[in-house]
Design a binder for this molecule. Structure first.
Ligand SMILES: [Zn+2]
Ligand SMILES: [Zn+2]
Length: 202
């Protein structure tokens, strides 16, 4: 299996998409390329375009690079964010049902430092080392099972439900039943914002 793009090519794309080249880009490109390699997905923008859903466990630099390599986008419902603060991602092949989780090893940072003590800058040390180190030293990988209900699939279609409280539309079965009422998650108590004024209509 030969990926459609090489690591330097993906790195270039990642730099453009992310705005700068950093250690996180190198790590993210490697992490995602390893995941795709395990799943034998070599053309995520072409023939394999609809095969992949990616769970990411952190929102940092590397996350952008993972999107670039996989072609998975939040707006295509192909990215699932689990805010766990961990440098890890799980790649799910919708065609085969296989899934692999790849996590950066804690030891990779120390390795980077010991590999390039001549560089004063930590980012420079890591950028170089993350290019050179073999996959096994950078990452741990594990085959996993991901139960993906129909509403999590990118192409899921269903009618939109209206919240009985605020009247806003809810897609993808995200509504909640509470005391016989159908509510959005905000009205059901999961609101991440406080209302600090009247709703302005129109
Ligand atoms: Zn960055
Ligand atoms: Zn509501």
């Amino acid at each position: 299996m030969v990926p459609v793009k090489t690591q330097p090519e993906y790195l270039q794309d990642a730099e453009v998409a992310h705005g700068h080249l950093c250690a996180g880009q190198v790590l993210g490109v490697r992490l995602a390329m390893l995941g795709l390699q395990k799943l034998e997905i070599d053309d995520p923008y072409g023939k394999d375009r609809k095969r992949l859903v990616t769970f990411v466990e952190i929102d940092r630099c590397a996350t952008d690079a993972i999107m670039v390599v996989t072609g998975c986008r939040l707006g295509k419902r192909a990215v699932k964010f689990r805010d766990w603060g961990k440098m890890a991602a799980t790649f799910v092949d919708l065609e085969s049902g296989k899934a692999v989780r790849v996590a950066a090893r804690e030891s990779s940072k120390d390795l980077a430092r010991s590999l390039h003590p001549e560089l004063a800058n930590k980012n420079q040390q890591q950028m170089l080392a993350y290019r050179e180190l073999p996959d096994e030293q950078l990452f741990s990988t594990q085959w996993v099972k991901v139960a993906l209900p129909p509403e999590e699939f990118p192409g899921f279609k269903a009618e939109r439900i209206t919240c009985a409280e605020c009247g806003e539309g809810i897609n993808f079965r995200r509504e909640v039943k509470r005391d016989g009422k159908t509510l959005c998650r905000a009205c059901a108590g999961e609101r991440y914002y406080e209302e600090s004024g009247d709703r302005i209509i129109g």
